[in-house]
Design a protein around this ligand. Structure first.
Ligand SMILES: *Cc1c(COP(=O)(O)O)cnc(C)c1O
Length: 458
């Protein structure tokens, strides 16, 4: 039997969550219009809405806050963060930003001209928005298997080199400002990219003089998968693997809210002197001076320490295996989930879970609401509600993947919490016939998943 590593930490401070009873939870979700986004965080016992900014910081990071140097220029914490990113990620230049999307904004504005194409291994919402807002078309070049929830592959986030070659042949290298390579791929369920694939992408891009920028938000989780799954990496340290990954990149955008082990922060990294000079100028108007970019001195100190802690093997092993524990438990019970289990969360396949509810009746939305009522666990719909409507026809997008996402915050919950979530999901699965579909009673025109309200279909 597979074993899972014990928590590699001792708990020094605890937060006491409210534990509402079933009647109170039913009242709370009704008040929220059956939308888990509209629940109060304090009404959730176990909050798996996102792994973004929900990290628990270490005692060293909290101590780091106390040595925050809030000078407008020349802060020592900036020096620490810059040196840490250079040492661990290996890039030549760093420009700080308030979070990942701030870096995406600057990179897109400086690199993209209208009428160009940015290929990527599946899209991420804000990344794609910035690319398109600057006049590029996004092209998905991830391997086909990534779009199928039931194909088990070790590196399901890989770029399909034939798709990249086809795009180069179709539009020409001059029309491709850069390739966006995400490690891991969030929207595919946290699936990793192999080192071989990164090397191959680099080689192909060098042939045409193309730049490669990584979305390195979950780069440490990706490095862990390489160590465990790819030949030749079992004996390498996480730090060495992370550094090798970035040796095939021209730069990267980073959200510290994920693998940076902090609650806010980000940066743009690049080896390009000219881009760096322009980014340092541009960051001033969007984020702040190039020695803080929207972060406080104390934020930067915690971020620098977080980057170092994230590359400790015991930490990342527990983090990824804790997610796998929840997924494996559900798989053993026959619950349909997206496979293989990725680095940051478990995705329930709501179409297979609730085959009697047609997609128009929002099975994933209903499942997320029932999970909360059953257990106080908050998850998120990632299906037809999140996908929205086609701008031209007004029709609902009907995505192939209709999922409920259970994202696990880093260092926050224990295996016992995972058991509570798993047991509640298994119980719902056994009683799935009693779950009914939902309909919109209020549908906002934009980003509808956030503020929408629902009720049962009659
Ligand atoms: C969260 C995220 C971003 C954006 O980062 P923010 O810090 O939320 O702005 C970009 N890419 C991926 C893959 C992410 O998960």
């Amino acid at each position: 039997m597979k074993t899972y590593p014990a928590e590699p930490y001792r708990i020094k401070v605890v937060e006491m969550p409210n534990m509402l009873n079933r009647e109170e939870r039913i009242e709370a979700i009704q008040t929220a219009g059956y939308n888990t986004f509209q629940l109060k965080s304090e009404d959730c016992y176990i909050d798996l809405l996102t792994d973004s900014g929900t990290n628990a910081m270490s005692d060293r990071q909290w101590a780091g806050l106390m040595i925050g140097d809030e000078a407008y220029a020349g802060s020592r914490n900036w020096a620490h963060l810059e040196a840490t990113v250079k040492e661990y990620y290996g890039f030549k230049h760093i420009v700080p930003t308030h979070q990942g999307r701030g870096a995406e904004n600057i990179l897109s504005k400086l690199m993209i001209t209208p009428g160009t194409y940015v290929p990527g291994n599946m899209y991420f919402t804000t990344t794609r928005f910035h690319q398109e807002a600057n006049g590029a078309q996004f092209r998905d070049i991830i391997i086909d298997e990534a779009h199928d929830s039931q194909i088990d592959l070790p590196f399901k986030g890989n770029i399909d080199l034939a798709k990249l070659q086809a795009l180069i042949d179709e539009v020409g290298p001059d029309k491709i400002p850069y390739i966006c390579l995400a490690v891991t791929v969030n929207m595919a369920g946290g699936q990793p990219v192999s080192m071989k694939n990164m090397r191959d992408v680099r080689e192909l891009c060098d042939k045409y003089g193309l730049k490669v920028y990584y979305d390195c938000t979950r780069c440490v989780e990706n490095a862990y998968f390489i160590k465990m799954r790819e030949e030749g990496y079992a004996d390498k340290t996480i730090k060495a693997i992370v550094k090798e990954m970035f040796s095939y990149a021209d730069g990267a955008t980073m959200s510290g809210k994920k693998d940076g082990l902090v609650n806010i922060g980000g940066f743009l990294a690049t080896n390009d002197d000219e881009l760096y000079t322009k980014a340092r100028e541009m960051v001033v108007v969007y984020e702040g001076m190039p020695s803080y970019g929207g972060m406080t001195g104390r934020d930067m100190e915690a971020f620098a320490i977080g980057i170092k802690e994230s590359c400790v093997f015991e930490y990342i092993c527990h983090r990824v295996e804790q997610v796998a524990y929840l997924g494996d438990k559900l798989i053993s019970a026959g619950v349909p989930v997206v496979q293989p289990i990725g680095g940051h969360g478990v995705f329930l396949d709501a179409r297979k879970f609730l085959p009697h509810i047609p997609q128009e009746h929002l099975p994933a939305q209903s499942l997320a609401a029932h999970l909360y009522m059953e257990s106080g666990v908050r998850a998120m719909e990632r299906g037809v509600v999140s996908a929205g409507r086609n701008k031209d026809t007004g029709e609902n997008h009907m995505p192939k993947l209709e999922t409920v996402r259970l994202t696990i915050p880093r260092r926050v919950y224990t295996y016992a919490h995972m058991d509570i979530a798993a047991d509640a999901i298994i119980k719902l699965y056994e009683n799935r016939d009693s779950i009914r579909g939902l309909k919109f009673v209020y549908e906002p025109p934009m980003l509808r998943f956030f503020n929408a309200r629902f009720d049962y279909v009659s």
